[in-house]
Design a binder for this molecule. Structure first.
Ligand SMILES: Nc1nc2c(ncn2[C@@H]2O[C@H](COP(=O)(O)OP(=O)(O)OP(=O)(O)O)[C@@H](O)[C@H]2O)c(=O)[nH]1
Length: 332
């Protein structure tokens, strides 16, 4: 199940249960003739139903649906305002499910701020209108509720982040993997298209891979790939991203880099690898294929293929070399 779908279900369950709770309150107050509380509960139920409708409508953007913030701020605000204006202590219980709902639906920091604000005002109300012991008891219960909810959500977010990192990271080198390359390259192409900034890429391949594999074995090469990755991280600048493609091949995405720039950095990378002594393989070389996005390049696949063809051309023309491939606009 995707993260977006999971959040859609959780939000629907959260709003659904709160609607049920408020509907029961509304019916009870109607039965006993507390009409102001009945109208209040009916208004709140309409808001939670709006939350359900919004969750369904924005189901594809549940990870960042800003409407939930407004709905929950309105729910909390109305309950707290009713607490002070209707002067009815029973309303204080209505706050408790909201404290959990805020944490369940909003990003952790926003949910925490809203819940703590509501809990503080609730305690203040009890302090003014009820006894000190009531205020301390409810305030304490609210803090426990908020802490347990926040800790659970923090733990979940942490696990989700770790799982996401694992999914986009190559286990051998620690650089990003090929799957994440296509996703990022497509985003960078859209950004370059929108802002007009240049975008270049480099495909890098180890020379004489088969001979190196025979000499050092897969395990030895894995150690070398890790070292070369660390080395490349030290050469590129912030904003550039590195990917491991397997079989001794790597890929660099260089945002804000024109043709002259990619030629400079490619030469720097080639020379810095060739001039070093590597612990496992001794001296070795890489060939590099570069290209820069032109206006008609809108697909990640096309740009990636052009860089890989440039790499093949660099290898064909002798190893330890760089080939730059010019993008060709479609003929008129
Ligand atoms: N993306 C990227 N481009 C680089 C890098 N190093 C050099 N370049 C490109 O090469 C150009 C010339 O770089 P340098 O020879 O280092 O000259 P510089 O004046 O220090 O370059 P700046 O970093 O722009 O100040 C830069 O403007 C970049 O376009 C790098 O690590 N990453």
């Amino acid at each position: 199940m995707t993260e977006t779908r999971l959040r859609t279900y959780t939000h629907l369950a959260g709003y659904g249960l709160t609607t049920l709770f408020i509907a029961v309150l509304a019916m009870q107050n109607l039965r006993y003739g507390f009409y102001p509380l009945f109208y209040l509960a009916s208004g709140l139920a309409l808001l939670t139903l709006a939350g359900i409708a919004y969750t369904v409508l924005a189901r594809r953007q549940q990870l960042r649906a800003p409407g939930h913030g407004f709905i929950l701020a309105a729910l909390n605000g109305i309950v707290v305002a009713a607490l002070f204006t209707l002067d009815h202590a029973d309303i204080s219980h209505w706050c408790l499910p909201l404290l959990v709902l805020n944490l369940l639906i909003l990003p952790l920091r926003h949910g925490l701020i809203l819940s703590l604000l509501t809990a503080t005002l609730l305690t203040l109300f009890l302090l003014i209108h009820q006894s000190l012991s009531d205020a301390v008891l409810v305030g304490f219960a609210a803090i426990i509720l908020i802490s347990a909810g926040a800790l659970y959500i923090w733990h979940y977010d942490h696990m989700a982040q770790s799982a996401e990192d694992l999914a986009i990271t190559d286990p051998v080198t620690g650089a990003h993997n090929a799957r994440f390359l296509d996703e990022t390259l497509q985003k960078e192409i859209s950004r370059s298209n929108f802002t007009g900034h240049p975008l270049s890429v480099i495909a890098l391949g180890m020379d004489y891979l088969d001979q190196n594999r025979d000499l050092h074995g897969e395990a030895g090469l894995a150690v070398f790939y890790r070292e070369v990755t660390q080395h490349l991280f030290g050469v590129i600048r912030a904003g550039d991203t590195l990917y491991t493609l397997g079989q001794g091949e790597f890929f660099l995405i260089l945002p804000f880099t024109p043709e002259e720039g990619v030629r400079v950095i490619a030469e720097r990378v080639r020379r810095s690898i060739a001039e070093r002594e590597w612990p496992v393989v001794g001296s070795t070389t890489f060939s590099l294929g570069c290209t820069t996005r032109i206006d008609t390049d809108n697909l990640a696949d096309a740009l990636r293929k052009r860089a890989c063809h440039a790499l093949s051309e660099a290898r064909r023309r002798g190893h330890d070399s760089i080939w730059y491939s010019v993008g060709e606009p479609p003929s008129a």
